[in-house]
Design a protein around this ligand. Structure first.
Ligand code: CU
Length: 255
């Protein structure tokens, strides 16, 4: 059957998210959580065994979970500040979870006990943390994961709620860290699993605010005044102009 980028197959799932409103939304959400210290580490079912999470770069997602029981899942994610092209000929100093924008995709099962390791690369200039909206309590892990360059923090949580959740850096100024690329997704699969599909992809929209106008060549610094007025120069899927077009187009069988 001919391959096409047209998303027409019924058994075709796109895991998509929209970060456009995240810049302001996250700050208000964080404050609403307060400083709860109730941790959701009590297992809701028996934890059997242990495994290391497979993390993937966008637009790919880790394989579906076939386990019929909860386990201990070890997630190791490293913050890396790195210069990449935001458009051919235009560079930007991205702050990333795992070296990509959006950050690496995390997949666990409802009921899993997740041991989360956040590293901050020694080459980083800033401290960072992580707020996973799949976590119940303590800023989604933010207050336990404030990590200086060259260091590592660890915290654990039980994945109580199934669903597809955003994660992001929650270090002040939060909006700046998010605008520099610090967001990604974690999927908590329901215990009974998800319906079988042919393909799954990971797409995340992000807004970028640069000193120069859209397309201006060279290394473009972050421009706070544009971020504060929410007037982005770039509104992108997966962190670069053309990230999902041409030979990078997502493909599926027609149906
Ligand atoms: Cu950060």
């Amino acid at each position: 059957m001919k391959k096409t980028s047209i998303i027409s197959h019924l058994q075709f799932l796109i895991i998509a998210c929209c970060c456009a409103a995240l810049f302001t939304a996250c700050e208000s959400k964080d404050s609403s959580r307060g400083s709860s210290t109730s941790w959701s580490t009590e297992p809701t079912e028996e934890i059997v065994g242990e495994e290391k999470a497979i993390l993937t770069d966008p637009p790919m997602v880790p394989p579906a979970i076939t386990r019929d029981h909860a386990t201990k899942v070890i997630v190791e994610l490293e913050v890396i500040e790195k210069e990449m092209e935001i458009m051919d000929g235009v560079k930007y100093m991205f702050w990333t979870f795992g070296g990509t924008v959006p950050g690496k995709f995390i997949r666990v099962r409802e009921g899993d006990l997740v041991e989360f390791h956040l590293k901050n690369n020694p080459g980083s200039k800033m401290p960072h943390n992580i707020d996973l909206h799949a976590v119940t309590g303590q800023g989604g892990g933010a207050s336990s994961t404030f990590t200086a360059p060259g260091h590592e923090t660890v915290f654990s949580f039980t994945a109580l709620n199934k669903g597809l959740f955003i994660y992001h850096c929650a270090t002040a100024p939060v909006g700046m860290h998010i605008a520099n690329g610090m967001y990604g997704m974690i999927l908590v699969e329901p215990k009974e699993g998800l319906p079988k599909v042919d393909k799954e992809y990971y797409i995340c929209q992000g807004d970028f605010y640069t000193k120069g106008a859209y397309g201006e060549a060279g290394l473009q610094p972050f421009e706070m005044s544009k971020a504060l007025t929410e007037t982005p120069d770039y509104v992108l899927f997966n962190g670069k102009v053309g990230a999902l077009t041409g030979d990078k187009a997502l493909t599926a069988k027609t149906g």
